[in-house]
Design a protein. Structure first.
Length: 241
């Protein structure tokens, strides 16, 4: 943790990798607007929280501001796309919508690396932190894949479409099966939270929807297991080429 207004401001000025900044609700001062401005420019999420949250993180004099140092180096989505394409590869990305369990994030990342995916796209809010537990669950894979943190998943989809990258979502009631979906083309696979699924506006923006066929009436696959099935199908199709 980086505790206090000036230390957090200096960390932002030095462009240190920060996971998140917590700012006390209704806190005032000349430094606060500058912290907000720099955080916005560097795409570091700010959470406005009650003082109890900050007091629960530290007993030190936090002055209403605490930053959490990041373990992951985030990359710009467009730059990541350009890098993958310039390397002569067809983009295979994963987008995580509302997945808060860091163990699932770690497991998905681990499988993504093993199956040749080049990037994971996450929102700046509503997703599990890329912390020590996520790193441990990924067996170090979080350091071997590009992590793109975006302010809006919908805007990220627009960027993908502008670069000719198709967006696929998995739905239990979709007509097309996963094995009938073309993963050999540049594509991004969206995975949603197990309880809520993928948000409706993201499903609407997707190019194709598919389902994982299952025997019987039981349809409760863990999200990281589902991701593994889908990614292995993508790998199988791409290896044939």
């Amino acid at each position: 943790m980086i505790i206090g207004r000036q230390p957090v401001l200096e960390a932002l000025k030095d462009k240190k990798q920060l996971e998140r900044i917590y700012v006390q609700k209704n806190t005032l001062g000349d430094v606060i607007p500058e912290i907000r401005k720099l955080a916005l420019a560097l795409q570091v999420p700010i959470n406005v929280v009650p003082i109890e949250k900050l007091n629960g993180l530290t007993r030190s004099n936090h002055q209403g501001v605490i930053a959490i140092s990041g373990l992951v180096q985030y990359t710009d989505l467009q730059q990541t796309i350009d890098h993958v394409v310039s390397a002569g590869q067809a983009p295979l990305f994963m987008m995580l919508d509302g997945i808060t369990d860091v163990r699932n994030i770690g497991a998905i990342t681990r499988t993504a690396v093993c199956c040749g995916a080049q990037a994971i796209i996450i929102p700046d809010k509503g997703v599990g932190a890329m912390n020590e537990e996520a790193m441990k669950s990924s067996a170090g894979a979080l350091e071997k894949i590009q992590i793109c943190r975006v302010t809006s998943l919908l805007k990220a989809i627009d960027t993908l479409h502008l670069n000719g990258i198709a967006v696929y979502t998995s739905e239990m009631k979709a007509d097309k099966k996963v094995q009938d979906t073309d993963f050999s083309v540049p594509c991004c696979i969206v995975m949603g939270a197990e309880d809520k699924g993928i948000q409706a506006y993201i499903v609407k923006a997707a190019d194709e929807r598919f389902r994982i066929p299952m025997a019987g009436e039981f349809d409760s696959l863990n999200v990281s297991v589902s991701a593994g099935i889908i990614l292995f199908e993508a790998l199988k199709q791409r290896v044939k080429e």
